[in-house]
Design a protein around this ligand. Structure first.
Ligand SMILES: O=C(O)[C@@H](O)[C@H](O)[C@H](O)[C@@H](O)C(=O)O
Ligand SMILES: [Mg+2]
Ligand SMILES: [Mg+2]
Length: 385
């Protein structure tokens, strides 16, 4: 089998909050008539510059046309040479590698007539427990709005939430207090996510205040790549500490410094299922736990993560992918399913990723490029419109 063409389509998908996220769908066409699809999810993160998708499409055509898609290892090497790791959480090259790598798994599994699960180690579970995100409070009035979000999502079956904290600790505390009052033990807060916005000492001061209320873990409570800072925080805190993995080198440093208890791994931030499996195995060797992170993907990206997560032995904590529940729409005929706060894998009998593009929806959400609208850094950090 040979790749004969590569096509990219930019998608602008609004969230229920109004914030529009820009994604790129990739199609790999082959001489066997089977096509692979993948997703470069959520380019709407800092830094505020843009990838030219016409140019990217040309680059990927040069790299991929004529290649056998089963050469996943060598194609990943080429991709890493062209889009190297950068020790940065939202490195756009990782998003590009992720889209291509996912599409390779889709096309190869489809060609064999099997599910992606049969390609990457099977399934230890058919569903993955996830939590719904509550975006960062900046103003006191947002507490009431967020309590309303919890009420609504609780009705839809979500009973675990995670909270982004640290811009208004008064509001953060008020939110936790209100949740405790109104829902008691019925709703759980999985994590407080500091998103690398504070130095570890400031994060520790706020964490002490907020952990009067029950939470499972603390995420990103130090500046990016401050491995000692993370460790200092971890040594003070009774709760487990998690951090995203955005490069294998960064993961190694976190292991050397014993910075975390849990690695938050997601294919988008480490450049695909292939790299994510490497990171997951590294975590296992180092005796660390895992949770499945997210950039809030559409259904194609979320399903890819579900396959990856279903084969993990050390997925010890509640995971994060809820993208399809945050966006107003999708671009597939068969959106991923959530029930009772679980992300369900597609039927094992489906082939490839099991996703079917809905071209009507693609046309509805298609955009011409990834250019930035008029958004502020606060809006980007807090995912608000
Ligand atoms: O755990 C996290 O840090 C998040 O999922 C974070 O990456 C978000 O900003 C996410 O990417 C989003 O777009 O909501
Ligand atoms: Mg996080
Ligand atoms: Mg994101």
């Amino acid at each position: 089998m040979k790749i004969t063409d590569v096509k990219l389509t930019a998608i602008g998908m609004p969230r229920l909050t109004g914030f529009v996220n820009k994604h790129v769908m990739i199609q790999l066409l082959t001489d066997e008539g089977v096509d692979g699809i993948g997703e470069m999810s959520d380019f709407s993160h800092l830094p505020k510059y843009t990838i030219d998708i016409v140019d990217l499409e040309r680059t990927l055509q040069q790299l991929l046309i004529g290649q056998n898609p089963f050469n996943i290892a060598s194609i990943n090497l080429d991709l890493s040479n062209n889009f190297p790791e950068a020790m940065y959480y939202y490195e756009k090259g990782s998003f590009v590698r992720n889209g291509v790598d996912t599409a390779l798994y889709d096309v190869c599994a489809k060609f064999l007539g099997v599910s992606v699960s049969d390609f990457i180690g099977g399934r230890l579970r058919e569903k993955i427990k996830v939590c719904y995100p509550i975006f960062r409070h900046r103003f006191m009035e947002e507490v009431e709005e967020n309590i309303e979000v919890v009420r609504k999502q609780f009705e839809k079956g979500f009973d675990v939430f995670r909270l982004y904290v640290s811009k208004n600790e008064e509001a953060d505390e008020q939110f936790l207090y209100r949740i405790n009052e109104e829902f008691g033990g019925k709703v759980k807060i999985k994590s407080l996510d500091f998103s690398h916005l504070l130095d570890w000492k400031q994060a520790w001061r706020i964490a002490k205040r907020l952990t009067k209320y029950p939470v499972d873990l603390i995420e990103s409570p130090a500046y990016r790549n401050d491995f000692e800072g993370l460790r200092n925080f971890r040594m003070k805190c009774d709760l487990p500490v998690s951090e995203h993995v955005w490069s294998l080198r960064q993961q190694l440093e976190m292991i050397k410094h014993d910075s975390v208890d849990i690695f938050n791994v997601s294919p988008i931030f480490i450049g695909g299922i292939t790299s994510a499996r490497k990171a997951a195995e590294t975590a296992e060797v180092a005796g660390k736990s895992l949770l499945l992170g997210t950039t809030q993907e559409l259904s194609i990206g979320t399903t890819a993560m579900a396959y990856f997560g279903a084969a993990l032995g050390n997925l010890d904590y509640i995971s994060d992918p809820t993208g399809p529940e945050l966006y107003v729409g999708d671009i597939v005929k068969n959106k991923v399913k959530y029930r009772d706060g679980y992300l369900y894998l597609p039927d094992r009998k489906s082939t490839g990723l099991g996703m079917e593009i809905d071209w009507g929806l693609v046309d509805k959400y298609r955009i011409k490029d990834l250019s930035w609208e008029d958004v502020t850094v606060h809006q980007l950090q807090d995912r608000t419109s």
